[in-house]
Design a protein around this ligand. Structure first.
Ligand code: NDP
Length: 487
C-alpha cells in the first residue's frame, strides 16, 4: 500500500469511506505501486446518488448558455494543465509520453468544448396540426452513470461527461480500477470551472461497485466503455430497471489494402492501427487484409519500418513510441495469444517477445509483433487481443475480402487503402462497421460520431447524436379549438 491515497470524489470534494477497502495502482512501466485507492462501499454509493440527484436539480435548471460557459472554462483548464495531466496518464497507463502530451488531454478538452458549444443550440420543434399545434422539448435524463476502460482514462471520462453535462444531466463516473486518477482530476477541474457540486461524482472500485449503480433505480442511463462480455453483463443488469444504455465495446476490425493503394500510407495505417498505444485501442485494424499483388512490397516495407522506427522504452522518454501494457495479467494474456498464433500455424514474422528496456526491467513490455500466413479461423484473427499484435492475411477479389472482413460478431471499425474512388465508397458501404476510414486510420475528431455495429456497441459517442442520446423528447400537444368528443 502506498502512502498516497486517492479517495472517492462526491459533492465537490474527496470523502472518507467507513468501508475502509483499498486497492493499489501500479505503474505499468515499472511494475511498482504508485498510489492506493479507497474503494466505495454501498453507503458511499448511496451518498453519490443522492448528491448527483441534488446536482441534477441545480444543473438541469441552469440555462444552457451558462452551462456552455462553465464547460468552456473546464476545457480551458484542461488545456492549461495538459502536460501535468498527460504525465499522470503515462504513469497510470504505460502509454508513451509523446502520445499523451499530444492526444489524451486535448481530445478530452475538445469534447467538453464541442458539447459546451453545442448545448445552447439544442432546440425543440414546433408543428401545426390544423388550428392546434404541438412542440417538443429535449429534456435531460437525470443521473447518468459512466463506466470507463483503462486505455484512455481521462479522455473516456471527458467524452462521457461532456455530452451528459452539456445536455443538463449529472453523472457518476466509475473509472477502471487500473487507471482511476484521470476521472478524479476531471472532477476537480469541473469544480474549479464552476460546475455545481454533485454534477460530476467519481466513485472507485471493481465490477461490484459498477454493478451496484447499474442496477440502481435512481440512475437513468449507463454509458460503458469496455469489453463485449462486460457490455452484455451491464446491459442485462440495466434491464431490471429498463435503463437507457450506450455501449462502446471491443472490436477485431479489418484494414484492407487494395493493389492500387499507396503502400507507404497503407503501412503507416497498419502500424497506427496496431501499434499505437501499444495496440490497446478499441478500433485497431488487427486483421490486415493485403491484396496478393502488393503483398510482397507491403510486407517488405512493414517489416523494415517496424524494425527501424519503433522505440520500445521508458514511456516517459520523449522518443519512446511503444509503451508498456496495462498490467502483468494483460501481458500474460497477450503472450498467450502469441503462443496460440504459433501453435495454430501462423508465421511469426516479427517480435513476439517480452522486452525489458533499461530502467524499466519490471515493466510490462511486448515488442511489436507481426504474424503472416494467418487464416480467418485462427483465434488470433477472431478474438480481440488488445496488444501490439498484427495479423496479416491475403486476398484476391473485392467480393471475397468484403465477405471475410464482415465474418465476425464485432463491427466497431474498418479501414481501406486504395486509390480508386468508386471502389473505396462501394466497399465501405458494404462493410459492417460503425467507424470507417478511407486512406486514413484511427482519426477520431469529436465532431464525428463513433460506435459499433453488431456486438461492438449500442449508441454513439461524439457528434450531435451523442448529445441527443443524453436527452428524452417530451411532446406537448396544445388544443386551440373548443374540445369536443363522443361522450
Ligand atoms: P472491461 O470490460 O474489463 O472493464 C470496463 C469497465 O467496466 C471497468 O471500469 C470495469 O471495472 C467495469 N466493470 C467490469 N465488470 C462490470 C460489471 N459487471 N458492472 C459494471 N461495471 C463493470 O474493459 P477494459 O477496462 O479491460 O478495457 C478494454 C476493453 O474496452 C476492450 O475490449 C476495448 O476494445 C474496449 N474499449 C472500447 C472502446 C470503444 O469506444 N468502443 C474504447 C476503449 C476501449 P474494473 O476494471 O475496475 O474491473
Amino acid at each position: 500500500m502506498s502512502s498516497t491515497l486517492l479517495k472517492n470524489f462526491i459533492h465537490g470534494r474527496y470523502v472518507d469511506d467507513s468501508n475502509h477497502e483499498y486497492f493499489d495502482v501500479i505503474n505499468p512501466g515499472t511494475g511498482k505501486v504508485i498510489y492506493t485507492v479507497e474503494s466505495a462501499g454501498e453507503s458511499l454509493l448511496e451518498d453519490a446518488v443522492e448528491s448527483a440527484q441534488r446536482g441534477f436539480e441545480v444543473w438541469s435548471q441552469t440555462p444552457a448558455i451558462e452551462r456552455a460557459r462553465v464547460l468552456q472554462r473546464a476545457a480551458t483548464i484542461l488545456r492549461e494543465r495538459n502536460d501535468e495531466l498527460a504525465k499522470l496518464e503515462v504513469l497510470d497507463t504505460g502509454k508513451p509520453w509523446q502520445e499523451a502530451v499530444e492526444v489524451d488531454v486535448q481530445t478530452g478538452s475538445d469534447a467538453i468544448e464541442y458539447f459546451g458549444n453545442l448545448c445552447p443550440s439544442m432546440m425543440g420543434e414546433q408543428q401545426s396540426v390544423g388550428n392546434d399545434f404541438f412542440y417538443t422539448r429535449h429534456e435531460p435524463l437525470g443521473v447518468c452513470f459512466g463506466i470507463g476502460a483503462w486505455n484512455y482514462p481521462l479522455q473516456i471520462a471527458c467524452w462521457k461527461a461532456a455530452a451528459a453535462l452539456a445536455a443538463g444531466n449529472s453523472m457518476i463516473f466509475k473509472p477502471s480500477e487500473e487507471t482511476p486518477r484521470g476521472a478524479a482530476m476531471l472532477a476537480e477541474i469541473f469544480i474549479e470551472a464552476g460546475v455545481p457540486e454533485g454534477v460530476f461524482n467519481v466513485v472507485h472500485g471493481d465490477g461490484v461497485v459498477g454493478n451496484y449503480l447499474v442496477q440502481h433505480p435512481s440512475i437513468a442511463k449507463v454509458s460503458l466503455t469496455g469489453e463485449v462480455g462486460t457490455g452484455k453483463k451491464v446491459m442485462a443488469a440495466a434491464a431490471g430497471t429498463l435503463k437507457n444504455v450506450t455501449m462502446e465495446l471491443g472490436g477485431k476490425s479489418p484494414l484492407i489494402v487494395f493493389d492500387d493503394a499507396d503502400i507507404d500510407e497503407a503501412v503507416t495505417g497498419a502500424m497506427m492501427g496496431n501499434f499505437y498505444t501499444q495496440g490497446e485501442v478499441c478500433t485497431n485494424g488487427t486483421r490486415v487484409f493485403v491484396h496478393k499483388d502488393c503483398y510482397d512490397t507491403f510486407m517488405e516495407r512493414l517489416l523494415e519500418r517496424t524494425k527501424n522506427n519503433i522505440v520500445v522504452g521508458d514511456p516517459m522518454e520523449p522518443e519512446t513510441n511503444l509503451g508498456a501494457l496495462i498490467s502483468e495479467n494483460h501481458l500474460h494474456k497477450v503472450m498467450a495469444y502469441i503462443e496460440l498464433g504459433k501453435e495454430q500455424g501462423a508465421t511469426l514474422a516479427f517480435g513476439g517477445e517480452r522486452l525489458t528496456p533499461a530502467g524499466c526491467e519490471n515493466g510490462y513490455f511486448i515488442g511489436p509483433t507481426i504474424f503472416t500466413d494467418c487464416t480467418d479461423d485462427m483465434r488470433i484473427t477472431r478474438e480481440e487481443i488488445f496488444g501490439p499484435v498484427m495479423s496479416v492475411l491475403t486476398f484476391e477479389t473485392e467480393e471475397e475480402v468484403i465477405q471475410r472482413a464482415n465474418n465476425t460478431d464485432y463491427g466497431l471499425a474498418a479501414g481501406i487503402f486504395c486509390q480508386d474512388l468508386r471502389r473505396a465508397h462501394r466497399v465501405i458501404a458494404q462493410l459492417e462497421a460503425g467507424i470507417c476510414w478511407i486512406n486514413a486510420y484511427a482519426n477520431s475528431p469529436v465532431e464525428m460520431p463513433v460506435g459499433g455495429y453488431k456486438q461492438s456497441g449500442i449508441g454513439r459517442e461524439n457528434g450531435v447524436e451523442a448529445l441527443k442520446s443524453y436527452t428524452q423528447t417530451k411532446s406537448i400537444y396544445v388544443g386551440m379549438d373548443k374540445l369536443e368528443g363522443p361522450f
